[in-house]
Design a protein around this ligand. Structure first.
Ligand SMILES: Nc1ncnc2c1ncn2[C@@H]1O[C@H](COP(=O)(O)OP(=O)(O)OP(=O)(O)O)[C@@H](O)[C@H]1O
Length: 374
């Protein structure tokens, strides 16, 4: 399999606008001490102190924080991603539900994180292929070379190699011998009709679903589970957002960063920059449940962008946005690629797909690289 040759350079010089994530003015919130003022009892920023070397020493994640999960485990914030966030990981490969079997919280259990069996359960086969309840250290999101000012910095993306994967749910094939390669610095669009397997493919790359046959590799390292991909810097912006409704927009972005060990000042800066980048600088202190669907989607995007991932998987992240915001989000994904990330973007939007460097079209289980291949 050859790398995708897009013919597009993606050079910053091609851009028509200034750095969309640079220069955020007028922030009065964002300090953990400010977060503590925002209410709720999930423990965001309760200590308030910023000085100190250990981010978790200076940031009290609250009594519900589970360090062994690298996140929260509480029904009250189940939509952070069940036992832990699929964006920031802390979870094993899919268990208790594939893309379609989650709970009402959206990502929640559907994210398949938690007590561990792999894709057997996820695909409803009862074939427990995983490892059961595994201990998990705090998940690590790739910080890239993030500067102390919170700038994303450049980072080394990873080559995502999907090699002849076949996936079925309960005996019903979804993907058959699908192969594609996504390269650092590029955007790969994954298109196809509803039910074609776009989410399944992204989850497989994320290590949340294991293929029946074939393999996914990150820089030639075969993907085994979500723990591994989290450690490798793979972030997922899930289709259903996976936000905690009882947290503010700011907390939804900030808390996972702090929980994954990003220094507080950098986490605050990234949070502010990314919320501003998606046009929500003025809504930072609003509870997610008070935001519109499109605003919530943008919070989830900000959270994924803030991860500074080496591989960013964006699952239909523009579905609830107006044209202007859709374009903006595609620009932000492009920005991630400029910083070195490998971006895989599942979308129904032809314009968004056209803005990507390559396009894998899924239909009837098959994947065809309709653009950008060689
Ligand atoms: N856990 C599951 N158990 C059984 N079938 C599932 C499961 N998860 C997904 N599927 C099925 O697999 C197929 C592919 O689903 P998937 O969510 O990957 O498609 P998609 O292309 O992302 O769809 P959409 O564009 O509607 O989001 C669908 O037929 C879906 O019903």
């Amino acid at each position: 399999m050859k790398p995708i040759d897009t013919g597009r350079t993606g050079e910053p010089a091609d851009r028509t606008d200034a750095d969309p994530t640079a220069g955020v003015a007028g922030h009065r919130t964002g300090h953990p001490a400010d977060v503590a003022e925002t209410g709720g009892d999930v423990g965001a920023g309760r200590s308030g102190a910023v000085a100190g070397a250990d981010p978790l020493a200076r940031f009290d994640p609250g009594p519900r924080y589970r360090p062994e999960l690298g996140g929260y485990r509480d029904e009250a914030i189940a939509d952070f991603g069940g036992d832990a966030s699929p964006v920031f990981g802390g979870g094993a490969a899919a268990t208790g539900g594939g893309p379609r079997t989650g709970d009402a919280a959206g990502v929640g259990n559907a994210a398949g994180v938690g007590n561990g069996a792999q894709a057997g359960d996820a695909r409803g086969t009862g074939d427990t292929r995983g490892t059961g309840d595994r201990s998990r250290g705090p998940s690590v999101v790739a910080d890239g070379d993030a500067g102390t000012d919170g700038s994303a910095g450049s980072r080394a993306g990873q080559v995502v190699g999907v090699e002849d994967i076949t996936i079925s749910y309960g005996g019903h094939p979804v993907l058959a011998d699908v192969s594609v390669r996504a390269m650092p610095g590029q955007l790969l669009a994954v298109t196809g009709p509803s039910g074609a397997g776009k989410t399944t493919l992204l989850w497989t790359i994320a290590g949340l679903v294991a293929p029946d046959t074939g393999a996914v590799r990150l820089d030639e390292q075969q993907v085994r589970d979500r723990d591994q991909t989290v450690a490798a810097g793979v972030a997922l912006i899930p289709q259903d957002n996976g936000l905690a409704a009882i947290l503010t927009a700011q907390e939804n972005v900030l808390v996972p960063l702090l929980a994954t060990g990003v220094p507080a000042d950098e986490a605050v800066a990234r949070t502010e920059r990314m919320l501003a980048a998606v046009g929500l600088g003025g809504q930072a202190d609003q509870l997610v449940e008070e935001l519109s669907g499109g605003q919530q989607q943008r919070v989830a995007i900000a959270r994924g962008l803030a991860a500074n991932a080496r591989v960013l998987l964006a699952d239909e992240v523009t579905s609830e946005l107006d044209a202007q915001n859709r374009q903006r989000v595609v620009e932000l994904l492009r920005e991630q690629a400029w910083h070195g990330a490998t971006v895989v973007f599942a979308t129904h939007d032809p314009d968004a797909a056209a803005a990507c460097d390559a396009e894998l079209h899924l239909r009837d289980g098959r994947g065809e690289l309709v653009r950008g291949g060689d």
